[in-house]
Write a protein that binds this ligand. Sequence first.
Ligand code: FAD
Length: 516
Amino acid sequence: PAAEAGLYTASDQIVLLSQQNVGSVLVNSSAATVVEFYASWCGHCISFSPIYKKLARDIKEWKPAVNIAAVDCAADENIQICMNYKISGYPTIKFFHAYSTADSAGVPYRGFSRDVRNLRQRIIDSLESHGEPWPPACPPLEPTSETEINNFFETNTVQHLALIFEDAKSYIGREVILDLLQFENVTVRRVLNTESGLVAKLGVTEFPSCYLYYPDGNFTRLRVNFEARAFYSYALQRLPGVIRSGKPPPVTMELVKNSTQEPWRPFDRSRVYMADLESALHHSLRVELAVQSVIKGDSMIALKSYISVLAKYFPGRPVVMNLLKSLNSWLKNQTVDQISYKAFKENVDNTAQVPDAALPEGVRWVGCQGSQPHFRGYPCGVWTLFHVLTVQASNTGDSDPQEVLTAMRNYIHSFFGCRYCADHFENMARESLEVVNTLPSSVLWLWSRHNRVNNRIAGDLSEDPYFPKIQWPSPEVCPSCHMLKDNGEHGWNENQVLTFLGSYFSSSRILLDYLE
Ligand code: FAD
């Protein structure tokens, strides 16, 4: 309940401190921890909370070295914690070293600015001056030297050594080092522009710039749209052989084929497949809904709007559209406030034999195939389905901007099997769905919330190592979607993203391969 009342929830990737966990999070932890002590009634804290949430998302990859936490000092049960740490004003931010003792008071960030970049740089300053014992997950942050690089491969077996050349004031090198700390087969070091031997050897003229350096002394410049943190991190995380630590190493496609029950279906990763959309419909209408033997109340409303949106916007084959339309008119004609799933299913299966109307049975994942049977599949199909629907609705030009998103929200809330996912999605919808007031913004809302989810679950056990969760689309797929803001931060060019989504999910680009 305290967490609910406070300004943050666990899905913000912020550790919520309480009397129960404060000892284990702040005392003798192997990670350093940044803590915001706030009061949920304080206006400054409320206006700062989106920035703190953004910071937590921004440095999510640094977690094993530095964690982000918060505690609501206005909650009765936390008063003792805030008294122990002698908090007298809100918000107060403190840095706790790794392996802090129980009497450590933390180092306050005085006069911190309300800006993600500035906070991130202060965290780096704190880490650099951390002293022993150093957080074990934190790679070295100090600049490297020519001697060290010359001897690097004698003691290291990593595949890629990335060198970021920059001036002493730049934080990019250290940010990228931390962004990559959860990845194997790549080591990142910063080289100062004053390291003249290395600068001359590689012929470096631009600062910052990034080079890949190999054991045989060969090197190449890393190609990126912009010489900036996000672009280096995107590119380095996706180098061949680079994988997240703790993930099974990539196997050859032969093994992938053998590990799934079905034959692997080669596909183009940059395309949407009708087979995935029809498979998602099959699973949704014949499996997911089937657990509710009677559908009534909110579930009935959710089902009606879902089927109505499908009948209107699903860009399906004629036989599937006929089925969806007849299902929709049957459902609309139901005047009673509840139906049995059995009756619904008869219509899905077209037992009345409406001519040329059918939804193929079974699933056949293509673009949503996973490298193991438990990866991807249905949830991938659900995302794809609703992205397609928002884009289709947006093309009609005169629909209600919230129609598809509300249908999705209600479907997920009433039926989506992953209840934990459904709760998070509902939180996001509650937080910001009401601001969607144009069709383009509905397409962008779903894209950006999907990226939120990607950010939150990147690296989880459920992630298919072949399909790492990234902020999508990557700069390789859509260079113009990405931009560099004046302050050097990564930004999305939303107009370009919209154009990209409009084409990526457009009905005319959907591939019909592997359909029955
Ligand atoms: P998915 O994330 O399923 O994406 C499918 C495809 O969509 C990708 O391959 C890519 O081509 C494209 N894509 C990726 N990002 C975007 C984007 N931002 N905009 C448009 N297209 C994009 N899992 C959890 O562990 N925890 C959760 O809380 C959770 N919540 C979920 C909520 C919803 C509503 C749904 C539908 C799923 C949720 N899942 C959650 C499942 C998770 O998001 C993935 O669907 C699942 O892990 C399969 O991932 P995937 O690699 O197939 O990619």
